[in-house]
Ligand binder design. Structure first.
Ligand code: TRP
Length: 364
């Protein structure tokens, strides 16, 4: 057991570059948690093995994105001196843990997992669901428990995974004795950050829709995307009253703007409430609001861009961060696996009592 230690484990599938939705929903919080000094250990995992559960025929895509995601992590301020960044597939202990946890979960319980359900629909798997994909919530429980994580900062869509993990922990501990640590989910505290929409106003940000703002995007590309964002389609003339609901520009302002931004870029308004009020009353044009959002986004993204440029010049250094992080993660997971096998009484060759018991039994 981890005692009073506080440990973070979280991660992302390397299926593409990370975007501002990842940033608002999770990455920004991770950096704050990292810098709070409250955690003894922080593990950030590039979940390539999980990514392969629904990308079995696209290994090159996953391989491509390992370095991309590592650069995204480092560029937002994840500091390898404070956080261990590692690659999931290197930690073979995770597959072993998953195999044992599979005995504690029913098929019907997996079928009820709402995130898995939604993903099955989205990918049109229907009757041809890969078994590995179907069981990924179990492997996610292995990821979390292997590091004795107490805290898992993730987006809202991961809540069912955490629930499933906690059930596995309870079940394991009640069957085999107190062994695993029960994790807590940590959701973003800002409502707008929970689910940032795409720039076209669609709920889902996706590469194929071209509606994401990537962390690695240039200043000019970010500006273009902001200036063409979806707003209120009925707000045609400046004097028309505008709606805030479903207005992507305002959702992004909810997520990213701070009081200081007004003094700096839009001093006619004291804060976001005043700006919203004017927009609803009529007389405030979309272009002005978008220009303000662009300033806010550029302020947030420009240090990220600068850090990325530095790391891109030292790919060998980034590779070494991943390699050494993965070694440390493996040692950590191996310790948990030992405890698990001991609790399950399958540690025959490390537990001296096995031989003694058998000798005793057969000498009678
Ligand atoms: N499911 C997460 C995603 O889709 C990635 C992930 C894998 C993860 N294992 C995890 C997140 C453990 C948190 C904890 O991005």
């Amino acid at each position: 057991m981890a005692g009073n230690r506080k440990i973070i484990l979280t991660g992302d599938r390397p299926t593409g570059k990370l975007h501002v939705g990842h940033y608002a929903g999770s990455l920004k919080r991770r950096v704050e948690l990292q810098d709070s000094g409250e955690f003894q250990q922080i593990f950030i995992m590039i979940a390539d093995a999980q990514a392969l559960t629904d990308n079995a025929d696209h290994p090159a895509k996953i391989r491509e994105n390992i370095m991309e995601v590592a650069l995204d992590y480092l560029s937002v301020g994840i500091d390898p001196a404070k956080s261990t960044i590692f690659v999931q597939s290197h930690i073979s202990e995770l597959t072993e843990l998953s195999f044992y946890y599979m005995n504690l979960v029913t098929v019907s319980r997996l079928q009820r997992n709402p995130t898995v359900k939604a993903e099955i629909q989205m990918r049109n798997f229907e009757t041809s669901i890969p078994v590995g994909f179907f069981t990924y919530p179990i492997s996610q429980a292995a990821d979390i428990t292997a590091f004795e994580a107490t805290t898992v900062p993730v987006g809202e869509d991961q809540a069912p995974m955490l629930e499933q993990t906690r059930e596995i922990v309870h079940k394991f501990n009640s069957v085999y004795g107190e062994t695993l640590v029960e994790p807590q989910i940590l959701l973003p505290d800002n409502e707008a950050c929970l689910r940032l929409p795409g720039t076209d106003g669609k709920a889902k940000m996706s590469k194929s829709l071209g509606n994401c703002i990537y962390l690695s995007e240039s200043e000019e590309d970010v500006r273009k995307k902001v200036m063409s964002m979806f707003t209120d389609p009925d707000h045609i003339r400046i004097q028309d009253p505008g709606k805030l609901e479903g207005n992507t520009v305002f959702t992004y302002l909810d997520a990213f703007s701070r009081q200081e931004h007004f003094a700096e870029y839009l001093p006619e308004y004291a804060n976001l409430d005043e700006l919203k009020e004017h927009y609803q009353r009529g007389g405030l044009g979309d272009v002005k609001v978008k220009k303000f959002l662009n300033s806010v986004m550029q302020e947030e993204l420009s240090p990220i861009r600068a850090r990325r440029a530095r790391y891109e010049k030292d790919i060998e250094g980034v590779y070494e961060i991943l390699r050494s992080g993965s070694e440390l993660a493996k040692e950590t997971a191996a310790k948990t696996l030992d405890k698990v096998k001991h609790a399950m009484k399958i540690d025959y060759f490390t537990d001296q009592t096995f031989l003694a018991e058998q000798k005793e039994k057969y000498s009678r």
